[in-house]
Design a protein around this ligand. Structure first.
Ligand code: GLU
Length: 309
């Protein structure tokens, strides 16, 4: 790859000043905003390239919604999962329940808004009788798909999410009140808060992106982990709903399936080419990493990765 990543990072890092670290989850507020890192999984040359703050661990947050969706599909099948959660864009903030009220939705509009993610996680929680440890399952699957045996749950972040997660609690109880929830609310929320508090690096995310970009096959050992169909469906949803209310804008600007998290992470899957993980914790008003998106856009242009071209 003919790219001076260190120079690019140096050029783009000051952009983080335009954003703010998420503070509605108190344990995230103390993260140093002045960080930018990237890792690529290059499928063609079978190598990982890293630069900047690529080895820093950070909370995966909403990117865990991608993993929980893949795990739910693996366990229950695509048809069953999308009986309970839709695949529509919302036009509302990620933590809004209003969208369901206004659209008279009979299920959450997609698995990447919080209400849809809580629903998806509840689908994993529901077979508690067969498997009493839904989070352990998600954690093990996350380690596998991220090829990162060292990733872990940050208890401080988890407890902070749990303590301040009243909006998420209201979304879950809304689902219950509307008879859409099929699992118990509290274990579903607890599992959701935990999955958001898993600590990853840009390399973990580059590996996740690489499995999606490689049609569901782990490129590091050539074994299929998820079905081709679930990789395709997930990439489509990342394109239409992966960046909250900026999904449409970035579909136009970069044209690469991407999912963000309020921990400052971004995962992208450039089909058959690259898995990309980026980290920079200062967020714009829509909840996406400011410097991270700028770096992604620059790289997509330089490497000509827009899938619509
Ligand atoms: N744990 C966060 C929440 O539920 C995840 C949101 C995000 O990353 O967008 O609010």
């Amino acid at each position: 790859m003919n790219l001076d990543l260190n120079a690019l990072i140096e050029e783009i890092l000051p952009k983080q000043k335009e954003g703010k670290v998420a503070s509605y989850i108190p344990a995230l507020a103390s993260v140093d905003p002045n960080q930018l890192g990237i890792a690529f999984y290059d499928l063609k040359n079978q190598q990982i390239i890293q630069a900047g703050d690529s080895k820093t661990r950070f909370a995966i947050e909403s990117i865990s919604k991608v993993i929980a969706l893949l795990w739910a599909i693996k366990k229950l099948g695509i048809q069953e999962v999308f009986t309970y959660v839709g695949s529509r864009q919302t036009g509302f903030a990620f933590n809004s329940a209003l969208n369901m009220e206004i659209t008279h939705a009979k299920k959450p509009l997609n698995p990447f808004v919080n209400v849809g993610a809580i629903m998806t996680t509840s689908l994993i929680v529901q077979d508690k009788e067969i498997n009493p440890h839904p989070f352990a399952e998600i954690l093990a699957f996350t380690k596998e798909i991220c090829n990162d045996p060292d990733l872990y749950l940050d208890t401080q972040i988890y407890l902070s999410e749990k303590e301040t997660g009243d909006l998420n609690r209201s979304l879950a109880y809304y689902l219950k009140a509307k008879n859409m929830m099929i699992a118990k609310v509290e274990p579903s929320l607890d599992t959701y808060f935990k999955q958001c508090s898993i600590m990853v690096t840009t390399k973990s995310l580059a590996n996740l992106g690489a499995v999606l970009a490689n049609d569901g096959i782990k490129p590091w050992d050539n074994q299929r982990l998820i079905s081709s169909e679930s990789a395709t469906v997930t990439k489509s949803l990342m394109m239409t709903a992966g960046l909250y209310n900026q999904s449409g804008t970035y579909s136009r600007l970069i044209g690469v399936p991407t999912k963000s998290g309020v921990g400052g992470g971004l995962v992208s899957a450039a089909p058959h080419k690259f898995g990309i993980g980026i980290f920079s914790p200062a967020l714009n008003d829509e909840g996406n990493s400011v410097a991270g998106l700028a770096l992604l856009q620059s790289i997509v242009d330089k490497l000509d990765l827009n899938i619509f071209k």
